[in-house]
Design a protein around this ligand. Structure first.
Ligand code: 5GP
Length: 253
C-alpha cells in the first residue's frame, strides 16, 4: 500500500496529503505541550477526544453558516479538512480575564470583561507567539484590512456559538484561540475557521464549581487531562462515558 505524504508535523497534530486535491487529513496526536513546548507529555486518549470535539464544534459552525475547514471525520483520530493557507496569526477571544491577559494587565483571573476582547498573536514558536497589534499586522502585510474585518467577524460569531453551546452544559467559555485559513474559489479568496476547536485551545470552567476542564489542567498540574476532556465530551453528548479510553493519563516525559 502506498504510504501517504506527511505535509506537516505540529505539536498536537500531523497533517497528511488528502485523498482528493485540496484536502488534508488531520491526525490528532496524544501529545500535550505547554509553555512553548518546554513541558511535554503523552496523554492517552487526548487525540481521540479532540478529534471528536473539534468535529462537534466545526459541524455546529457549519450549521450556523460560519465557514470552516471541516469536511468529515475519517476515524477516531483523523478528519478530512479543506486545505488552506493559514494566516500567520492566532486569534484569541476573551470573555473573562485569565492566562496571559490577567498576568500582563495585573487583573484577577475570572473577572468578567465588559465585552469580548479580541487579541492577535503572531504564529511564531521561536518568538513564543508574541502579541501584535493591527498596526503590526498591516505594516508587515500578515493580513489586509478586509481580512481583519472578516477575521473579527468570524471570531465574534465563533464566540457567540461556543459560549452558547458551553453555557447549555454548565460551562463558562473563558477564552479561546482559533486559526484562520485562506481558500481560493476561482479568482476570489475567502477566510474560513481552520486548525481545531477543542479544550486544548479554549479555557472552560465549570459554572458551579469553577473547576478547570481545559488544557490548564496540564499546564498547571491540576489532575487528569483525560478526565477533564471526557467531562466536556460527555456533557456535550459527543462521547458516551463507556467508550472513553482509560481515565488515568500515561505520562511520558
Ligand atoms: P493565553 O494568551 O491566556 O495564554 O491564552 C488564551 C487562550 O488561547 C487560551 O484558551 C489558550 O488555550 C489559547 N491559546 C493561546 N496560545 C495557544 C497555542 O499556542 N496553542 C493552543 N492550543 N492554544 C493557545
Amino acid at each position: 500500500m502506498a504510504r501517504r505524504k506527511k505535509i506537516y508535523e505540529g505539536k498536537a497534530k500531523t497533517l497528511y496529503e488528502g485523498p482528493e486535491p485540496g484536502t488534508i487529513v488531520q491526525y490528532f496526536k496524544d501529545d500535550a505541550t505547554a509553555f512553548n513546548a518546554e513541558k511535554h507529555a503523552t496523554i492517552e486518549g487526548k487525540g481521540v477526544l479532540n478529534n471528536m470535539l473539534s468535529e462537534y464544534f466545526m459541524r455546529g459552525l457549519t450549521n450556523l453558516g460560519i465557514p470552516n475547514h471541516f469536511i468529515r471525520r475519517l476515524n477516531m483520530r483523523e478528519q478530512l479538512v479543506r486545505a488552506c493557507e493559514i494566516v500567520p496569526l492566532e486569534v484569541i477571544v476573551r470573555n473573562y480575564a485569565a492566562g496571559s491577559m490577567a498576568k500582563r494587565l495585573g487583573i484577577e483571573e475570572g473577572m468578567q470583561l465588559p465585552r469580548p476582547v479580541v487579541e492577535y498573536c503572531l504564529k511564531d514558536d521561536k518568538l513564543g507567539d508574541p502579541l501584535v497589534t493591527e498596526e503590526h499586522i498591516a505594516a508587515f502585510g500578515w493580513a489586509s484590512q478586509q481580512d481583519m474585518d472578516d477575521i473579527l467577524s468570524l471570531a465574534l460569531r465563533v464566540n457567540d456559538f461556543l459560549s452558547g453551546v458551553m453555557y447549555g452544559v454548565g460551562i463558562k467559555l473563558v477564552d479561546f484561540k482559533i486559526e484562520i485559513g485562506r481558500v481560493y474559489d476561482g479568482d476570489y479568496q475567502r477566510l474560513i475557521v481552520a486548525d481545531e476547536i477543542s479544550p486544548d485551545s479554549c479555557r472552560l470552567w465549570d459554572m458551579e464549581t469553577g473547576q478547570k476542564l481545559d488544557k490548564d489542567v496540564f499546564r498547571r498540574d491540576l489532575g487528569s487531562l483525560t478526565d477533564a476532556y471526557t467531562e466536556v465530551a460527555t456533557r456535550l453528548g459527543v462521547m458516551p462515558k463507556a467508550n472513553v479510553p482509560p481515565s488515568k493519563p500515561t505520562l511520558i516525559n
